[in-house]
Every structure is written in structure tokens, then in C-alpha cells.
Ligand binder design. Structure first.
Ligand SMILES: Cc1cc2nc3c(=O)[nH]c(=O)nc-3n(C[C@H](O)[C@H](O)[C@H](O)COP(=O)(O)O)c2cc1C
Length: 336
């Protein structure tokens, strides 16, 4: 059987950085092994305004490593996607930003928030938060290196100290030409646990004119609306919830732009998204890898379907596209 994925391509003119942020965009967060070309495309079809690639190591990029090149490749309908880079050397980050800028991303984002010890302990990612002055100098160097807008994604501080550098940092990053700041409202030491404290994004936003994007624990249209209202931020970023429920983008879009609450996806839409994602991943990566790397999404996509847990088990044991599509067609017949 041949299955054609239905993918909408946005051929319209690329809006400017300021135009996009005037709309209070809902942004797909950068997520390693998640926000690849295929997933970004699917999120755009369900309303993500802006997407960010997974982080790309500057050394890999500068060596021309195949994986890094794949990560920064942007297809024509990927116009509002930003490329995120990470590293510990200002010079290498500046050089890598030039390489990334050649792909014509919406903006080049510097990762100053990754808490994973093997990255942060080497001074990259959230490691920059241990030395805010060095972080600002590094950002200044990257800004000077490229014409593309340069942005920073970081956390409120390294932790656990009570003084968080984020407010002062926001001001200093703006001064050196950083065009927007994403605040993941946790410390590096919190990793992904504990509640995100959006008040820090509000405090950072109050002291700058550049857009501040609030991130952390935005899981629904209600959350997106509340995060924007409570912080006054210029955009909101969604990470983990999108992995299981990318429809969060259209739900947020309907709420923020049209003041509407829309229904959850139908069973038909849930099954169709599973099929689209599988087909596109297999086209991109072949079998069985394309099937296996889609699995982390399927369980969330199928939430609430009759017999969902049996369905998940069957899909988890199946490595072929044809087999998975047949299982999903069976589920569609049951759900109809
Ligand atoms: C699987 C996974 C991979 C991630 N990879 C990145 C990354 O490459 N770059 C980055 O800045 N943050 C990364 N993050 C952090 C997210 O971008 C986001 O800041 C965090 O998940 C908080 O948002 P949330 O509560 O909406 O998930 C990752 C998070 C997850 C769960």
C-alpha cells in the first residue's frame, strides 16, 4: 500500500522578526532528537508559529559532520525555524553561527540552558550561567559575527543560590545586541523537575525592550494564555507537551488569536497524525529507525482511543511501516 502524508507547505512570504513577535508567537522548543525536520513540519501544520531545531554542537558543525549538517538543513517550508547552537568557546560559537546563518534560519539561538552535566560542566549550555560576564561577551561576539538575529535561550540561574542572574543578564544581553531572550523558568540544578517559576520571565521582561519568551510547564491553551497574561512576555514556548500532543499549538492559536476554546483532536485525526509521522520518518530515515524513533510520540497521539494500551503494545513490537499502518487502520475501524 502506498500512503501519502498530507503536509501543508507554507509558501507565503517570510514575515520579519519584529512582525512575528508582534503576534505573540507560540514556539516549538528546541528538543534534542525530537525537533527534527519532520516533527517541525507536523507542528507547523497544527499551528506552531515558530520552531527551533534541536541544539547543534559547534565542533560538529565546524567539522562539517554529516549529523550536524542534517540538523541545520532547512526545507523551503521551514522558513520560520531557528537554528540553535551550543559550545563553550566564544570564537567557535561565532564561527559556527556564520555556518548556521548560511542556512537562512529565522534566527540563530545560543543554548545557555542545557543542564546535562557532560555539557554544562564543560562550560557550554547552562555552564555559561556560572559566569554571566563571559556569557555576555560571548553573545556580543556571536552578534558581531552574523547579520541574522541572534537570540539566547537560558535558565533563571545555575542554582541553588537565591540570587538569580537572569534579570541583570537580560539587560546586558540586550545591550550587546541580542534580539530576544527565552527564559526557561527553572535553575540548571532543577533540570526538568519542580515547577517553573514564570515570575522570573516577568521580571526579565520588565527591564528590556527585546522580546522575552516564557518557557517551562506550558502544557495547554490555558497555560499559554496565563503565561502571557502573567508575564507580559512577547511569546510562549512549548516543549514536552508537544511531543505527546502537538495539537497544543492549534489549541493555543485558537485561544490567543480568536478567543476560542476548540475541541480535542478526533480519533480520526489522532490516527492520521500517527500515520503521517511514521511515513515521513521512514521516508527520511528508512526502516526500522524511522519507525522506532516515532514511537515516543505515538503513545501520546493515541491518548483516549478505545483499546489504546493494547494498540501501543502492538505498535511497540512492530518495526515495519506497513505493519504499523495496518495496526492503525485496524484501530481506525474500531474507533469509527
Ligand atoms: C527531550 C528533550 C530535549 C531537549 N533538548 C533541548 C535542546 O536541544 N536545546 C534546548 O535549549 N533545550 C532543550 N530541552 C529543553 C526544552 O527546550 C524546554 O526548555 C524544557 O523542556 C522546558 O519546557 P517544557 O516544560 O515546555 O517542556 C529539551 C527538553 C527535552 C524534554
Amino acid at each position: 500500500m502506498r500512503y501519502e502524508a498530507r503536509v501543508i507547505s507554507s509558501a507565503s512570504k517570510k514575515p520579519s522578526f519584529d512582525e512575528v513577535f508582534a503576534q505573540k508567537p507560540v514556539i516549538l522548543a528546541p528538543m534534542e532528537d525530537v525537533t527534527d525536520d519532520v516533527f517541525r513540519r507536523l507542528c507547523r501544520t497544527v499551528g506552531a508559529d515558530v520552531c527551533v531545531t534541536e541544539f547543534v554542537n559547534v565542533e560538529g558543525l565546524l567539522r562539517g559532520c554529516k549529523n550536524a549538517k542534517r540538523k541545520i538543513r532547512l526545507s523551503p517550508d521551514d522558513a520560520l525555524t531557528s537554528i540553535q547552537i551550543y559550545g563553550s568557546s566564544p570564537e567557535r560559537l561565532a564561527e559556527a553561527a556564520r555556518v548556521a546563518a548560511e542556512a537562512e534560519p529565522f534566527y540563530v539561538d545560543i543554548n545557555c540552558g542545557c543542564w546535562v552535566p557532560k555539557i554544562a560542566a564543560r562550560g557550554a549550555g547552562a555552564g555559561w550561567l556560572r559566569d554571566p560576564a563571559a556569557m555576555v561577551e560571548m553573545a556580543a561576539m556571536v552578534v558581531r559575527a552574523v547579520d541574522a538575529p541572534v537570540t539566547v535561550k537560558t535558565r533563571i540561574g545555575y542554582g541553588p543560590e537565591s540570587h538569580m542572574p537572569i534579570v541583570d543578564l537580560a539587560r546586558r544581553l540586550e545591550d550587546v545586541g541580542v534580539r530576544a531572550l527565552t527564559v526557561h523558568c527553572r535553575t540548571a540544578q532543577m533540570g526538568h523537575s519542580g515547577p517553573a517559576d514564570w515570575t522570573w520571565a516577568a521580571r526579565a521582561r520588565e527591564v528590556v525592550k527585546i522580546p522575552v519568551i516564557v518557557n517551562g510547564d506550558v502544557r495547554s491553551a490555558d497555560d499559554a494564555e496565563r503565561a502571557l497574561a502573567e508575564t507580559g512576555c512577547a511569546g510562549v514556548m512549548v516543549g514536552r507537551r508537544a511531543i505527546e500532543h502537538p495539537w497544543v499549538f492549534r489549541e493555543a492559536y485558537a485561544r490567543l488569536r480568536e478567543g476560542k476554546t476548540i475541541p480535542l483532536p478526533t480519533n480520526e485525526e489522532r490516527i492520521t497524525l500517527c500515520k503521517d509521522h511514521l511515513v515521513l520518518n521512514v521516508q527520511e530515515r528508512g526502516e526500522p529507525h524511522g519507525v522506532r524513533c516515532t514511537r515516543r510520540h505515538l503513545s501520546g497521539y493515541l491518548h483516549g482511543l478505545p483499546g489504546a494500551s493494547k494498540l501501543r503494545q502492538e505498535l511497540n513490537l512492530c518495526d515495519t511501516l506497513e505493519g504499523c499502518l495496518a495496526i492503525l487502520d485496524g484501530a481506525r475501524a474500531l474507533a469509527a
